[in-house]
Design a protein around this ligand. Structure first.
Ligand code: SAM
Length: 354
């Protein structure tokens, strides 16, 4: 059933908020960067802090601070009491201190904000026209290791936030069949690899990614004295005829397939399934749009799809379970288990079709 229509009066309010959404967003970014939200929170026990004191303590001009806080108050990010003292609302508190909100805010601002201006051309052309705002790259993954400092930090913070928390739980599932040879496809900086080797040091582990990411993984593993325990395999899955040269008992792909279009996913899965031992398992871990408990999580994934459209590659997205399962089936594999991990993730355990 289509969603119920709003009353006109509510609809026009929402429409106005959307029209001015960039102003509200940049107000929050400014209040965080100028450390005003921190300062307000520090004065919580005194019942808040006035605009004048805020300006003196922060050395931010009264005029500028005033316009930021005016909109922030209307948007219920800060509250002002009868004495004219500002306090953080719960929304303001989360915007300043919640780890997932901070990862999302910084990713939206440092990686996506300028590039999203090019969304209409990106959609028309099917290419990430916004990427030029970050550098001259074919796809964002070719450029990850050389992105501007803030963009790079915010990209990794976002990526790690949405992957790391389920690695321990996932590892237990991967090791139920005691795999000896494991491929980590889309290994990135080697954070999953570290977990594997710390817990299962006998594993013959291969990290597979683009050269820039493998260099970062090499450094990371070197720092932990684990460099010699790993094989590094450079592959560009979008290059001509990408090949693997050996087989694995388990193939791990975390937040990897969302970097590719449906057609590309089928060809990657076909190559991988040709290198899976007959009783081997391929593990796909994704945050799927139709498997989210909270509406905000679904919205965040749908927004992340636009990052792929305008910045990452121009043709991929966060998928639904139905679409992804269908692609697995078309690749000569079947999903033998469909598990949920943590609050947001789904794991498909796949095997070769018998
Ligand atoms: C979103 S990250 C996920 C990283 C990690 N698996 C995790 O769960 O945090 C996607 C990874 O896929 C890799 N990747 C993207 N496009 C690729 C390509 N064309 N060829 C090889 N690897 C690619 C990226 O370099 C990156 O390391």
């Amino acid at each position: 059933m289509p969603a119920a229509q709003h009353k006109a009066i509510d609809a026009i309010q929402r429409a106005h908020q959307i029209a001015f959404a960039p102003f509200i967003f940049q107000t929050v970014i400014s209040l965080r960067k100028l450390e005003i939200l921190d300062l307000i929170f520090e004065h919580e026990s005194e019942g808040g802090i006035t605009l004048k004191s805020l300006s003196e303590k922060s050395e931010v001009d009264l005029y500028g601070l005033g316009v930021l806080l005016e909109l922030a108050e209307t948007m219920e990010i800060v509250l002002k009491n009868e004495e004219g003292k500002f306090q953080l609302s719960k929304i303001g508190y989360f915007l300043n201190f919640n780890e997932s909100i901070i990862a999302n805010l910084n990713f939206a601002n440092d990686v996506c904000y300028k590039g999203l201006y090019h969304l209409p051309e990106s959609v028309s052309k099917g290419t990430p026209e916004g990427l030029k705002e970050l550098g001259n790259y074919q796809s964002i993954y070719q450029g990850l290791s050389t992105l501007p400092h803030n963009a790079r930090n915010s990209w990794f913070r976002f990526d790690h936030f949405y992957s790391d928390e389920i690695f321990d739980e996932a590892l237990e599932k991967v090791y139920r069949n005691c795999p000896k040879d494991l491929f980590d496809v889309g290994a990135n900086t080697g954070r999953f690899a570290l977990k594997v080797l710390q817990k299962y040091p006998e594993t013959n582990l291969s990290l597979i990614d683009l050269p820039g990411q493998l260099d970062a993984a090499k450094k990371n593993l070197e720092q932990h004295g684990l460099f010699d325990k790993v094989n590094f395999i450079e592959i560009d899955w979008l290059g001509e005829n990408p090949k693997l040269t050996k087989n694995a008992d388990a193939i791990w792909m975390s937040q990897f397939l969302d970097c590719f279009s449906e057609t590309e996913i089928i060809s990657i899965l076909k190559v991988c399934s040709n290198h899976l031992n007959s009783e081997g398992q391929l593990f796909i871990v994704e945050t799927l749009t139709d498997r989210q408990r909270f509406p905000s999580a679904k919205m965040a994934l749908e927004a992340t799809s636009l990052y792929f459209t305008a910045l990452a590659n121009g043709n991929s997205k966060m998928y639904s379970s139905e679409v992804l399962k269908n692609l697995v089936e078309k690749s000569g594999l079947e999903v033998v288990e469909d598990l949920s991990l943590g609050d947001f993730h789904t794991m498909f355990v796949c095997q070769l079709k018998k």
